[in-house]
Design a protein around this ligand. Sequence first.
Ligand SMILES: Cc1cc2nc3c(=O)[nH]c(=O)nc-3n(C[C@H](O)[C@H](O)[C@H](O)COP(=O)(O)OP(=O)(O)OC[C@H]3O[C@@H](n4cnc5c(N)ncnc54)[C@H](O)[C@@H]3O)c2cc1C
Length: 607
Amino acid sequence: MAEYETHEHDVLVVGAGGAGLRAAIEAAKAGARVGLVCKSLLGKAHTVMAEGGVAAALANVDDRDNWRVHFADTMRGGQYMNNWRMAELHAKEAPDRVRELEAWGAVFDRTPDGRILQRNFGGHKYPRLAHVGDRTGLEMIRTLQDTAVHLGIDVHMECTVVTLLKDGDRIAGAFAYDRERGRFKVFASRAVILATGGIGRAFTITSNSWEYTGDGQSLAYRAGAALQDMEFVQFHPTGMVWPPSVRGILVTEGVRGEGGVLRNKEGRRFMFDDIPENYRTQTADNEEEGWRYVQGDKNARRPPELLTRDHVARCIMREVREGRGSPHGGVFLDISWIKSKISNAPEHIRKKLPSMYHQFKQLADIDITSEPMEVGPTTHYVMGGVRVDGDTQMSTVPGLFAAGESAAGLHGANRLGGNSLSDLLVFGKRAGEYAAKYANENPAASVAADQVDAAARSALEPFERAAREKSAEGPYQVQHALQEMMQELVGIVRREDEMRRALDGIETLKARAARVAVTGNREYNPGWHTALDLPNLLTVSEAVTRSALERKESRGGHFRDDYPDKDPSAGGFNILVTRDADGTMKVSRSPIVPMRDDLKQIVEENK
Ligand SMILES: Cc1cc2nc3c(=O)[nH]c(=O)nc-3n(C[C@H](O)[C@H](O)[C@H](O)COP(=O)(O)OP(=O)(O)OC[C@H]3O[C@@H](n4cnc5c(N)ncnc54)[C@H](O)[C@@H]3O)c2cc1C
């Protein structure tokens, strides 16, 4: 094996967002030697962009809230495809994780009597999102990072893992390159936790940052782990649509939680036109009641703008398709209308939604305190991911764990807003705890020289191709073609014939990706980085497409134009993809374990 910088850890955490940091803290507290690797600078993970808040049944604003209601809301939102054990642990443990964050120094917004303030969000029966204005993720990352650095965790910033290393069946570590110098690093580790976030960059219109190229899902898949429910991609209803350079940037659901309403070009609040049967009893049937709800009236039901994201996104698409959209292909989201209800509306909006105010002022020259915003769906989140055990977060590969957005299970077919930040805290902690336990109970694995050499050779190929073939294609064209194709053929509305075309397209793009070349040297070379991201984007795109073909129904984030209804018989299984011995992707169905009786009763009681 060539000589590379080598590090040894008990637990290696890949990713320094909320899930990775929380996992690293827990593993370090358990006495493990912890390494933390992240693609960008520490503190710049995607979690920092989270706006609306973290969901936890603290019952600070509405004392009717408790873990049972949160559990039932999460299961209903996920259309009962969730790993119910994870939904149970999440609902029970989220309040403690939020209070712990507060004890570590997070400064939440407050109720008049000094408790953590909670706001309304789609699909949550009661105000449940602990928040810091619309900058909750920033505060969360700051707090977790402060806590982590004081525990002596070994941090490797701007370092990208490209391959997981194995010793027989179990995990042995990871192979990475440092982005600044382009040098390789070998991490030998008894346990590895993937906390790499989502896959949004497989699509053109997305709220996700450049880091979200599906690395964790793809690394796990290539290491032999199963991916689950990859068809369930969340298209958030409200992304910016104008100007084109900012298309897809998120407009937080907090706008609707604070009273923002959706209107079509005729000025009609179209969300009242289509209220799903399973939410009818919980949804206001007139505008006045909806307003009373956002003002905290416990006898009012929530406005239809706060229905689940999958439903709101489809209603927006319907308005646009039927010619009632806004000038730039979206609809109008208006918070300025609350001036007819409260006297200090502009000041109130700027206080509750400071980032949104600045975002629209600076990027679109719109003052949201006096004008409506134009919004439309944007690829936001993936509910699917690495299949894990609900209690321990271990994947189907011994010693390999996953937490946060890279893992599957908690959210089922559709995630409720706010349930991601709480997911990171609850299951980040659990992953850290159980990875440290695994490392403690298992001997060190050995790193095989041939695996390291093969990984290094493969990583350098794009440079060698440039030297060999002067006219070889660059990585950006392939990336762009993939994003356009996924957006068009496997996006918010899906059909069999289009997805078959996408599969053919993915094969063609795989062949092109295998021939891309990059010039220049290894020091901070974004073309090279993109060339190395491509296989991951292609793997997750194929997993999404094959899983979406297999699910012949519409449910949650997955909508099939050719199967527009929910099929009760399809509610009994998750879809898995695994890598076959010949390297092809295999799709299978895994029956969902029936829910425990006590949990079933909670679901019934909360219908
Ligand atoms: C604009 C926006 C607003 C949101 N608002 C909310 C909200 O209000 N409430 C809520 O619950 N959810 C919200 N979400 C969703 C939520 O923020 C994310 O799901 C969550 O932050 C994901 O956290 P994570 O720890 O799993 O991953 P991330 O925070 O993305 O961290 C991923 C980490 O992995 C690293 N990484 C990736 N690949 C590699 C690799 N190959 N090698 C090394 N490191 C790697 C990255 O550098 C990064 O450090 C929002 C999302 C967006 C985009």
